[in-house]
Ligand binder design. Structure first.
Ligand SMILES: Cc1ncc(COP(=O)(O)O)c(C=O)c1O
Length: 393
């Protein structure tokens, strides 16, 4: 029995994992084109071209690009008229941007618990939290797994809530065939460096509503209108424009988008089957209605009982040493972060979110781009750790 890598043995996997982002000649050429055009900002034609490609791929009528996926959420809230005195329902198990955007428009985040087997907003908890001040909900399709939109949408409609989908992890995910971002009023995406589609930074808004699209475009362009004069500003706005560099890169990245999406899903399926076989950490429930799942992260729930009482932190340390990069994710639910704690927010009971912070293990999407057999390495590393639990406790 070879030693654990953490104790000086050789690791199960020493080959590198796929790098992220990935690029080639197409990216270099696009960037060169932007350079030579001399139009480096948001009016480079590549921006409109990318918006058209992304909109088509996500079956959206309108696509407005932006500088990042935090300001897109803020813009969406603003154009939906959410502001001081309003409450917005958000999960506490998400990146801080989701809830920060709510505070940044002067509204109050209401933290509502998640489901134990998907880590997505629990719709029963959402129903219980809706009050007279509730104006909107931001469902986060966490890790790329769509929220149960069959239950969320009618509930939101019944209470007149704006639905802003935080699809920062969900490029290419679908719910019963419909791409995420178009089921609610507005969908928001991030193109930050770790995301499944990236330009280093960047954001996207999509919608099927003409009026909202016009407002979003205007807000992102200092309150102008597409037909108006340059110094004519009909509404309060800002500058959220993406640059030509980003759009050029993204156009090249889109060429690999579907192939990468398919590869991640195939790897995820294989890994789910293997984890079950070895009684490893439990993967999240992949609802059959989520017929495409971006797998921005591959999420697992760690139960020390299955590994002889070894703590999650020791397990992750050992797994990393065996050549499987992984992390424990968020340390605490968002309402423990000072700018989002009460009285800046309203906090509903969130025991599942607390538990998620104690039990989750995350693998990042680039691991799923590896050769299929690499998933077996992950299982081998876990089995090796199980053989050595006595040394880890
Ligand atoms: C769920 C979620 N929402 C919003 C964001 C914010 O996106 P950005 O970093 O592009 O501002 C991120 C990630 O960065 C995220 O993970």
């Amino acid at each position: 029995m070879t030693d654990l890598a953490i104790h000086g043995g050789s690791p199960v996997r020493s080959e590198p994992w796929p790098r992220w982002p990935q690029w080639g000649e197409a990216e270099a050429q696009r960037v060169q084109e932007v350079l030579e055009s001399g139009v480096w900002g948001g009016f480079n034609p590549a921006v409109k071209e990318f918006e058209a490609v992304f909109a088509k791929r996500h079956q959206a009528k309108h696509c407005i690009t932006a500088v990042n996926g935090t300001l897109t959420l803020e813009a969406a809230l603003r154009v939906m008229g959410v502001g001081p005195g309003d409450e917005v329902i958000v999960p506490p198990y998400t990146f801080i941007a989701t809830a920060n955007a709510v505070r940044l428009v002067g509204a109050t985040p209401v933290f509502v618990d998640i489901e134990p087997d998907t880590y997505n907003l629990d719709i029963d908890c959402m129903a219980a939290a809706i009050g007279p001040k509730t104006r909107a909900v931001i469902p986060v399709h966490f890790a790329g797994l769509p929220v149960d939109m069959d239950r969320l949408l009618p509930l939101a409609e019944q209470h007149g809530l704006a639905v802003i989908e935080d699809a920062a992890h969900a490029h290419g995910s679908t719910w019963k065939g419909t791409p995420m971002g178009t089921l609610g009023h507005i969908g928001s995406f991030s193109l930050q460096a770790s995301k499944n589609l990236t330009a280093g930074e960047g954001g996207i808004l999509i919608t099927n509503d003409d009026e909202l699209a016009a407002k979003l475009w205007s807000f992102a362009n200092q309150g102008r209108s597409p037909e108006g004069a340059w110094y004519e500003h009909g509404m309060l706005g800002s500058n959220l424009r993406m640059t030509g560099w980003q759009a050029g890169l993204l156009l090249a990245q889109m060429e690999h988008f579907d192939e990468q999406l398919a590869r991640r899903q195939a790897s995820a399926r294989r890994l789910i089957a293997i984890l079950e076989e070895i009684d490893g950490p439990a993967p999240m429930r992949w609802d059959a209605r989520a017929d495409s799942h971006a797998h921005h992260l591959f999420m697992m729930r760690y139960d020390p009982e299955r590994f002889g009482g070894v703590s999650r932190e020791r397990f992750v340390e050992a797994l990393r040493a065996e050549g499987v990069p992984c992390s424990t994710g968020y340390a605490v639910p968002l309402y423990h972060q000072p700018p989002l704690a009460e009285p800046y927010s309203r906090v509903e009971p969130c025991p599942v979110s607390e538990q998620a912070c104690r039990e989750a293990i995350w693998l990042t999407q680039n691991l799923l781009l590896a050769e299929p057999e690499a998933m077996d390495d992950i299982a081998q590393a876990m089995l090796k750790i199980r053989e050595h639990v006595d040394e880890l406790r």
